[in-house]
Design a protein around this ligand. Structure first.
Ligand code: URA
Length: 423
């Protein structure tokens, strides 16, 4: 076995054998297969694809590059959710404690943001004292405790290390956009995490990896097959990501919005997606309870407070705010017909909510508040957006990203924008 023949096999449209896949993923993890060789192979996979068998083997090889977590024996069923990433997507924050309050254990290993989509850990780190690192024994204790039951934490270095290296390489070699590579990347981490059941929120639209419903359906199908074949009960929903979710994009502001949802308020789209995903998770966990009731009666809020507290955070501490704000106003009256997720995501990122390079710090208070969403009537001079940052030199870059991100039209008809596009 050698790297060059594996690359040329895939380059010429051939199928890789199980032995070739195991060898190349293992060699890459150990440093025996060079970055330039893995980059060439990734590019060949982008063009030639992988069969279902190859994708499953590739996923298993990435899981085998590290250690697998084991949450069997807990007194409660485990279930997790993964979103393929969107702007304003803070759903994990209200969802994990809600599903824990319904009686499941939610082991949620999350990431930090890179580029225009935010990271769940960056959001939670806006809470004073909150810590992303939790040891595996402590995770088990939290999951077993019915008053907490959910842990949102950073993945350890030993969880699918092959994926960590490969994802960093794909990020800088134009090889992210491949359905077998995305599916195996996400599912290797989720299977290694040891959850018994998984709900995938596959985003579709201008602000998502996959812009079309067909592409998103193909990714969802590949991930459900990988999960099912690995013994993880897996369901995927296809949900819209043309416009940001909720009314905020930015770390501390998204925490505040999540707390509003847990208190029984919050934006309708966040509530709808949270409850829809919670129903899928609760059903997969075999629990007979309606999450809408658990959200309404305050039990999810109690669980949130316990969850934040268990990771060193103070749920009552005031959240950080940015030092500078500027308001974007409507230049005419009419109906907001478009508010583009990508434009808002990039603007929030430039204001300091996200990072350009791994390891950069993020600003807790930076981001964008949206005072109107598509379908809302607006009048001349009315605030549309408030931009928040600690670094006012970031405002021009944010305005540039927002230049073509919204439109005000004549129509008073609400555009049809279903949130849940398929299952
Ligand atoms: N998220 C991942 O974890 N991996 C990908 O390849 C794409 C999105």
């Amino acid at each position: 076995l050698d790297a060059v023949s594996i690359i040329t096999t895939k380059r010429d449209g051939g199928e890789l054998s199980d032995a070739q896949i195991d060898w190349v993923v293992d060699g890459f993890t150990r440093g025996a297969v060079a970055d330039e060789q893995m980059s060439a192979l990734a590019m060949a996979i982008v063009w030639r694809g992988m069969t279902r068998r190859e994708t499953a083997r590739w996923t298993n090889a990435m899981i085998a590059s590290g250690s697998r977590m084991d949450f069997t024996g807990l007194p409660r069923p485990t279930v997790d959710k993964h979103s393929t990433g969107g702007v304003g997507d803070k759903i994990t924050l209200p969802l994990a404690p809600l599903v824990a309050a319904c009686g499941a254990a939610v082991p949620q290993l999350s990431g930090r943001g890179l580029g225009h989509t935010g990271g769940t850990l960056d959001k939670l780190e806006a809470i004073p004292g909150w810590q992303a690192d939790v040891s595996v024994p402590r995770m088990r204790e939290i999951l077993a405790d019915p008053a907490i039951g959910a842990v949102i934490c950073a993945a350890g270095a030993d969880l699918a290390p092959a994926d960590k290296r490969l994802y960093a390489l794909r990020d800088v070699t134009g090889t992210v956009e491949s359905i077998p590579l995305i599916a195996s990347s996400i599912m290797s981490k989720k299977i290694a995490e040891g959850t018994a059941a998984l709900v995938l929120d596959v985003k579709v639209g201008a602000g998502a990896f996959l812009k079309t419903l067909d592409g998103a359906r193909e990714l969802a199908t590949a991930m459900v097959e990988l999960g099912t074949d690995a013994g993880v009960r897996t369901v995927a929903l296809l949900t819209a990501m043309d416009t940001p979710l909720g009314r905020t994009a930015g770390n501390a502001m998204e925490v505040a919005e999540s707390v509003e949802v847990l208190a029984g308020g919050g934006p309708a789209d966040i509530v709808e997606l949270t409850v829809t995903l919670a129903r899928e998770m609760v059903a997969l966990a075999g629990l007979d309870i309606d999450p809408a009731d658990v959200l309404a009666d305050g039990r999810a809020m109690d669980q949130w407070r316990a969850m934040v507290h268990a990771q060193g955070g103070n749920p009552d501490a005031p959240l950080p705010t940015a030092k500078h704000t500027e308001v974007v106003r409507a230049e005419r009256s009419g109906v907001l017909t478009r508010l583009d997720a990508m434009g808002v995501g990039i603007a929030a990122w430039r204001l300091g909510a996200g990072r350009a390079r791994q390891g950069d710090p993020v600003q807790a208070g930076a981001g964008i508040e949206m005072h109107a969403k598509p379908g809302d009537s607006v009048t001349t001079g009315q605030p549309l957006l408030t931009l928040h940052t600690d670094t006012p030199e970031a405002f021009p870059g944010a305005y540039a990203a927002l230049q073509d991100a919204f439109a005000i039209g004549e129509s008073t008809e609400k555009p049809a924008t279903p949130l849940i596009l398929g299952r």
